[in-house]
Structures are given as structure tokens and as C-alpha cells.
Write a protein that binds this ligand. Structure first.
Ligand code: MF3
Ligand code: CO
Length: 258
């Protein structure tokens, strides 16, 4: 069942997603060679709580941390660990969720650790651009398949893999609401997008095969060929005026570009 949101509810979702953006910016400021992913998780949890919210991932279906931090060939749901030390040239996808005032925020961003190779830089750029292409289709009267196809076509035009096993979702009082938002599909197919819907669009794009493996820790998803993957996620409200992005990557990009 799809829950349509009022303007007031959309503002509460925006508050959450801005806090997620600020948290990702704070995490981004600490990403450098030598830092552990557990240290980043602690920074995020403290930041979220200091701003009157609760980490939405912590305890979700038993998940043990506040962030998902996925390094290089890890696609999503990497568990922060004191044993995971970041090094120059890594890429690190950080997924963050908050809960406050009855609503959830959920967004993700892929960061470079120092200088990364040109091909990895392009994977990151294309994945972010795929998110923007999908977002442009998130308007009333379109269907979920229009978003999905835009993400898929753009990503595959670079020869990249589009992960099939995981998808975006509706966002509201719960982190995962209907409809599912796959990163592949056909234009004109799938659920109709209507004013008041809020969806998370989250391309997970790989440099090699689209096939993934679920690790035995019960969470981590990695590429089968161990080539790198990138992941960016927006929360978007469908408004009369068009797509209203509730996440703000400019907060993150200002933090890491200095
Ligand atoms: N942010 C993820 C998503 O977009 C969910 C994280 S899984 C959790 O669906 F268990 F960590 F919460
Ligand atoms: Co999500």
C-alpha cells in the first residue's frame, strides 16, 4: 500500500533527510587513509543523537550499527568494523538513516579516500548522474518504470552493471514503504507516480558484472567479480511542481571539497 504524504509530512521528511545530508557531510570530513569504518559509525551516531534524532538503521531487522559502510567491491550493507581501515584509493559508500518526529530520512553517498584511479572516479560520477537522470523522471503521471529505465539506460551506456537484487523504496513513517523502485525496468511500466508520494532512488552500479554475493555476516553485499561498486541515494517527493529532492548533496560536497 502506498502512503501519500501531506505538505506538512513532506517537511518532516525533509528535516530528516537534511539531517542525513549533514551527517554524511560530517562523516565525509573524517574520511581519510587510516580511519576505521567503526570510527565513522561512532561519529555519525553521536551527530544524529546530538541533533535530536535516532539512527534509523540501528536495530533494524537486527542491524548492529548506525551506518552501512561499503568499501570498494562491497555494494551495500557493509557493517562498520574496527578491523576495516580505509586506505588511499579506496571508495566508500556510506548509507545513513535517521528517525525523528515520526518520520525517516535515508540517503547514501560514495566518497573517495584520497586520490582514486580515473576509472573508479568515472564509476562514481556516472552512478551519481544516473541518480539525477532517475530523479528527473520522478513526476506525477510517470510510472516507476520511467525512473528505473532512466537509471538503467544511462548506467549501461557506460558498460556498467546494474544490480538487480536490491532496489529503492517508498519512504515515510517507515524506512521501507511501497512502491519498490528498481534500478532497471521499462518506461511506462510499474506503479503510477502521484503527488504526495515520497520515494528513495538508489542506484547500485558496478564496474564489472552486475552479479552480487551475500556475505555470510548476514548483511554485506559485494560484487561477484570483486570489482568496485558505487551507491548514491536520494529521497524525492513527487509534487505538483515536479520532483522535490529532500536530500541535499551540496552540504556533503561543500564539506569534502576543502
Ligand atoms: N538504507 C538502506 C536502504 O536504502 C537500508 C539499510 S539496511 C539497515 O534500503 F538494516 F541497515 F537498515
Ligand atoms: Co534506501
Amino acid at each position: 500500500m502506498i502512503h501519500l504524504k501531506t505538505d506538512e509530512e513532506i517537511e518532516l521528511l525533509r528535516e530528516n533527510n537534511i539531517l542525513v545530508s549533514k551527517t554524511l557531510a560530517e562523516v565525509g570530513r573524517h574520511i581519510r587513509p587510516g580511519v576505521t569504518t567503526l570510527e565513522l559509525d561512532r561519529i555519525a551516531e553521536e551527530f544524529i543523537r546530538a541533533h535530536g534524532a535516532v539512527p534509523a538503521f540501528l536495530g533494524y531487522e537486527g542491524y548492529p550499527a548506525s551506518l552501512c559502510i561499503s568499501v570498494n567491491e562491497q555494494v551495500v550493507h557493509g557493517i562498520p568494523s574496527s578491523k576495516c581501515v580505509l586506505k588511499e584509493g579506496d571508495i566508500v559508500s556510506v548509507d545513513c538513516g535517521t528517525f525523528m518526529k515520526g518520520f525517516v530520512g535515508d540517503s547514501a553517498y560514495t566518497f573517495a579516500v584520497g586520490e582514486v584511479s580515473e576509472d573508479v572516479r568515472q564509476l562514481m560520477q556516472v552512478t551519481k548522474e544516473a541518480l539525477y537522470k532517475g530523479t528527473a523522471q520522478a513526476k506525477a503521471g510517470n510510472r516507476v518504470g520511467d525512473v528505473s529505465a532512466a537509471v538503467q539506460e544511462y548506467s549501461e551506456s557506460f558498460g556498467y552493471g546494474v544490480v538487480r537484487e536490491l532496489e529503492g523504496h517508498g519512504l515515510g513513517r517507515k524506512m521501507h514503504e511501497d512502491p519498490g523502485v528498481p534500478n532497471y525496468g521499462a518506461r511506462g511500466r510499474g506503479p503510477l507516480l502521484r503527488e504526495g508520494m515520497v520515494i528513495c532512488i538508489e542506484p547500485m552500479i558496478t564496474m564489472g558484472t552486475k552479479a552480487v554475493v551475500f556475505e555470510r555476516d548476514g548483511w554485506t553485499v559485494r560484487t561477484r567479480d570483486r570489482k568496485p561498486a558505487a551507491h548514491y541515494e536520494f529521497a524525492v517527493a513527487i509534487r505538483k511542481s515536479g520532483p522535490d529532492v529532500l536530500t541535499d548533496f551540496s552540504i556533503i560536497e561543500q564539506a569534502i571539497n576543502n
